[in-house]
Structure formats: C-alpha cells, structure tokens
Design a protein. Structure first.
Length: 204
C-alpha cells in the first residue's frame, strides 16, 4: 500500500475509533471547565471581591488611571498560564478540589513549566495580585489595597503549606529540583531545565 493510501486508511480508523472520538470530545470539555474555573475562582477573587469592596466607587483621574495597566497585564498573565494548563491536559484547579473536577477540571498529568513558569512557580497568583493592586490604584481604594495584601499572604500560606508539600509527596526529587531551579514567586532560573525532566507530573 502506498504512503498516501496508508495515511488515508489511518485517518478512517482514527475517525471510527471510540478512543479517538472520546479524546476529541474531551478537548472542548476541558476548555469549558477551564472557563468555569476562571469565572468561579480568579474571577471572583480578582474582580468580584474588589468590586464589592469598592462599593460603586468610580475610577480615579490623573496618574491613578494608570492602575488599569497592571489590571490588564495581570489578566494577560492569567490567560497565558491558563492556556499552558489546558495544553498540558488540565486546569489550574488545586488538588483538594478533585471532587469538583466534573465542573472545574483537575490538575494536569504533567508539570507546567513552559512560558512564565520558567521564571516563577506561581505566575497565576502573581497575575491575580497584579490585577487586584491595579484596581486599588485605579479606584484609589484603601480597602482593596488591604485586601490585596491579605490575599498575597493567603496565597503564600496556601503555596507553602498545601501545594508544595503535596507536589513534593507526589513527585519527590523531580519537583525538588524544579524548586531549586525556579523561584517560588519571581526571579531568574538558576539553569535551564533539561529535556529529561519533561515527564515531570502535576502542576504548580
């Protein structure tokens, strides 16, 4: 059988394969779960709560209007990270929400370490904080600023005492090496992560 016919026959077999069809169905569902997670978690934390704290206040004028720049940058950071998670086959849902995976998905089967994850192990949290503090500037709001500080402490607590111990238990020395190379929050990686580490599992 010539190569063209072989490729055509393979396409027919794939099209009729239940596993292939299930995989094609899973892709849009994963995207839907990622969107649901984004609305329910970072959407509420990063925008709904600040709107409630602001209590109908209007955007400040002058230089404070520049606060919308970090809001946009923070949203872009989150969007970039979300796409990385979806590409890895999961969503940013934290490990102890697995019972809700039918709605918000679950962590991917491999470590997300590309893109912004080369410079920070938690860029998503940084993006949300940037959006919150940007709103504090744009609205000249002390309550939103205090909320952002408290949120940053909460994120740090969750990462240090819940997420990192979970990943160390699951991944052992491979995750420890990732922690050694890439800073928890922001910085320059010590060295390039080798291709042999591409099979690291789970997410930050």
């Amino acid at each position: 059988m010539n190569p063209i016919a072989t490729r055509a026959w393979t396409s027919v077999l794939r099209a009729g394969s239940p596993t292939y069809n299930l995989r094609m169905y899973a892709v849009p569902m994963l995207f839907v779960r990622g969107v649901i997670f984004s609305f329910l978690v970072p959407g509420v934390v990063g925008f709904v709560v600040p709107a409630v704290l602001c209590n109908g206040c209007t955007s400040a004028l002058g230089w404070r209007a520049l606060g919308w720049m970090p809001v946009l940058i923070g949203a872009a950071i989150y969007g970039s990270c979300l796409l990385r998670f979806l590409g890895a086959g999961g969503t940013p849902a934290i490990f102890f929400t697995r019972h809700l995976k039918f709605a918000i998905g679950e962590e991917p089967p491999r470590l997300v370490r590309e893109g912004l994850y080369r410079f920070s192990r938690n860029p998503m949290y940084l993006g949300v904080l940037l959006a919150v503090f940007g709103q504090a500037i744009a609205f000249a709001s002390t309550p939103i600023m205090l909320y952002g500080i408290a949120l940053g402490l909460l994120f740090h607590f969750a990462v240090v005492f819940f997420e990192e111990p979970h990943l160390r238990r699951e991944r052992g020395s491979s995750y420890h090496e990732y922690c050694r190379r890439v800073p928890r929050w922001l910085g320059r990686p010590q060295a390039r992560i080798s291709d042999e580490s591409a099979s690291w599992s789970l997410s930050d």
